[in-house]
Design a protein around this ligand. Structure first.
Ligand code: WTA
Length: 654
């Protein structure tokens, strides 16, 4: 695998942590990092037992780790509650009346602050609402909410009573909600009338209604109750006997709700994410190990302090929103800032204005956003005083060195360390990342593994590769926040992550290590796209396309995109007698949006006479990728069944 040229060019630029930053940081030198890392992988039981003592346990564990590959159990016999760790334990301290969540709505001027005491009260009350609506330990609760504090309240309320949440991003469609309800067996949905996004209203309740109509049509609808939070005030349908208003429900309950006593391996949540085949899979995370990793990474990677105002810009519907907007920072007793809307509403400087207004100190966002800010120009940034910032982070995709440098200079004033954090929904939290007071960084590399993470780059046979040789990224030991499975699909769990190499977790990413041991992540090497930091399975988009009556066959590939990282390019052949015209192209775009959601909107739909296939009938994606990118065809084409289709493909334009 080749690395990109830019990375090679700037590879030698090393940014060492500033002395005063290192002095204050929890990990202030490479020697300290190395010592701790070594202990964390050679004596994980000792290391993690010590770290876990920072959390509040109702009962101490008897054994730290049981590993029967691919099944891990952490803190066996231990009992704890995530909500108690995120809330109750701060109440007896000076944190009780500090801001837990500072929120701003998209419409200018809308602000709310919830202190730890207030958030605790809201969570207890809402947990009682869940109870009174029949939610019990182990039940699944689907959350389809805008970015309002109630989304966090809902998650923590589930955690408090031992119910599992499954948050669905607001950019997914009714059909996607339906699929997730069916797969998870959720019997209750928490939603809102709508949410604000770029000045418009997102019809969340309407999408839920449509999902429930689809479910009723299929004859299997486990959903008995929908609780609706009033956010926008738009008119929505309320189905008598099924739908109730959030605010009305709160009138029936008090704030007395002791945290449930839960086993460390109690499931905490399911989060659906795209894979290379089939429908999205429900990634399962559990209580003790996940919380510990969320907490530890906030402590060591973001180095969070009581005086920080920390802002993670991810939506709560993605894993980043789970671990780094809700669970990690709250477990640390930090102040987590939350913003409802778009970065360019009402104007391109909204983020910078927020940072200035709230004195944000630690800022965590995605490379795709950074590239958009770069394109909008420095003048938007210059209008604001960003001197409160002390640490920057990125996540979601490889960051190109230009974007890194811009982030460093223009946003960080050349003074803030950048933590480029590599991880996945499956890993629960940061896996490869600098520690800001210790690790020398280079633009474009996520640098070194976090504590407990035994990462390596291997060849196809599973042998570790030498410096600068491209291969596949694997993790060779269990870590506390690793996924515990795919909901309802043991076989797929094994097949996806543990069958490429014996005894190793296969991440699906390509990477290389440089001579200093830094990991340079190249990106997905399976059929998963990364579009604006969002994971999207090519198989999902293909299946959406072929569900349209005019489509015979479809193949979807990614194409390099300056802003989004990758763009979605669809090659489509139509059925006999169908006119492949602009109207159909628009219809197919709309169809994909309807089936999956706006996040999956195709950038290009190209009609083709046929798709390039091998003699055994497999679509040759490699060729399609080259065609989509406008490159000359490289590599072996001798297995191609009919070369003439390639000519028609190259001519097909959107
Ligand atoms: C990619 C998001 C390079 C990677 C937390 C991974 C990254 C996928 C980085 C997971 C990074 C995430 N550098 N690539 N710092 N962070 N990725 O599950 O391809 O939405 O496999 O989790 O994003 O995406 P997911």
């Amino acid at each position: 695998m080749s690395n990109n040229i830019e990375s090679t060019l700037v590879e030698n630029r090393v940014f060492k942590p500033a002395k005063d930053f290192a002095k204050k940081a929890r990990i202030g030198s490479m020697a300290q990092y190395r010592k701790m890392w070594k202990e964390s992988v050679t004596k994980p039981e000792k290391f993690f037992a010590r770290e876990a003592a920072d959390l509040t346990w109702q009962k101490k564990w008897t054994k730290v780790l049981e590993w029967k590959c691919p099944y891990a159990k952490w803190f066996i016999g231990g009992k704890l509650n995530v909500a108690e760790n995120c809330l109750d334990r701060h109440l007896g301290t000076a944190r009780a009346n500090k801001a837990a969540i500072i929120w701003q709505g998209e419409p200018m001027g809308e602000k709310r602050t919830l202190t730890y005491a207030q958030l605790h009260r809201e969570v207890c009350r809402f947990a009682n609402v869940l109870k009174r609506n029949g939610v019990k330990n182990g039940d699944r609760v689907l959350i389809y909410m805008p970015m309002v504090p109630e989304a966090a309240v809902a998650m923590l309320a589930c955690a408090r009573i031992g119910a599992m949440h499954s948050v669905v991003f607001g950019g997914f469609s009714a059909e996607s909600i339906k699929d997730r309800v069916l797969d998870s067996g959720a019997k209750i949905i928490l939603t809102a009338d709508g949410g604000f996004r770029r000045g418009a209203v997102v019809p969340l309740k309407k999408n839920v209604d449509d999902a429930l109509t689809l479910l009723a049509g299929g004859g299997a609808n486990p959903v008995k109750r929908v609780i609706v939070f009033k956010r926008t005030g738009q008119e929505v349908h309320i189905e008598e006997g099924r739908d109730v208003w959030w605010s009305r429900e709160l009138e029936y309950v008090d704030a007395d709700c002791p945290p449930a006593l839960l086993d460390a391996e109690t499931p905490l949540f399911i989060l659906y994410t795209s894979g290379s085949t089939g429908k999205p899979k429900g990634i399962l995370h559990t209580t003790g190990g996940y919380l510990l990793h969320a907490y530890m990474t906030c402590k060591y990677v973001f180095d969070l302090r009581d005086e920080d105002v920390y802002w993670c810009t991810a939506d709560v519907g993605w894993v980043t929103g789970h671990t780094y907007m809700v669970y990690g920072p709250l477990a640390m007793g930090a102040t987590s800032f939350m913003y409802e809307g778009a970065p360019n509403w009402p104007e391109n400087d909204r983020f910078w204005q927020i940072i200035e207004e709230n004195g944000v100190t630690v800022f965590y966002t995605a490379p795709t956003a950074i590239r958009a800010f770069m394109k909008w120009g420095d003048s938007w940034v210059k209008k604001h005083d960003l001197s409160s910032l002390r640490l920057l982070g990125t996540v979601g995709e490889p960051i190109n060195p230009e974007a890194w440098m811009w982030y460093h200079r223009t946003i960080g004033g050349s003074r803030c360390p950048i933590v480029d954090t590599w991880w996945q929904t499956e890993t629960g939290g940061h896996m490869i990342t600098p520690l800001p007071g210790a690790t020398p960084t280079k633009p474009g590399t996520a640098t070194l593994p976090f504590f407990g993470v035994d990462a390596a780059v291997v060849d196809d046979a599973g042998n570790e590769l030498g410096a600068n040789q491209g291969g596949k990224l694997v993790i060779r030991k269990p870590w506390p926040s690793m996924l515990r499975g795919i909901w309802g699909d043991k076989a797929r769990y094994k097949a996806t992550y543990w069958s490429e190499y014996k005894g190793m977790y296969f991440a699906g990413d390509g990477a290389r290590r440089d001579k200093d041991g830094n990991f340079w992540i190249v990106g997905r090497i399976d059929d998963v796209l990364n579009v604006a930091g969002h994971r999207l399975g090519t198989a999902e988009v293909e299946s959406a396309l072929v569900s349209h009556p005019s489509v015979a066959e479809a193949a979807v590939v990614g194409k390099p995109d300056e802003l989004k990282g990758q763009a979605v390019v669809c090659f489509v052949t139509v059925k006999e007698g169908v006119k492949a015209d602009r109207a159909l192209r628009d219809a197919l775009r709309a169809h994909v949006r309807k089936v999956i959601g706006p996040v999956a909107t195709p950038d290009e739909v190209r009609f083709a006479g046929g798709l390039p296939k091998t003699r055994s009938g497999k679509i040759m994606r490699r060729l399609l990728k080259q065609i989509a990118a406008g490159e000359a065809l490289k590599g072996d084409t001798t297995t191609l069944e009919d070369f003439s289709v390639v000519a028609t493909l190259a001519a097909a334009e959107d």
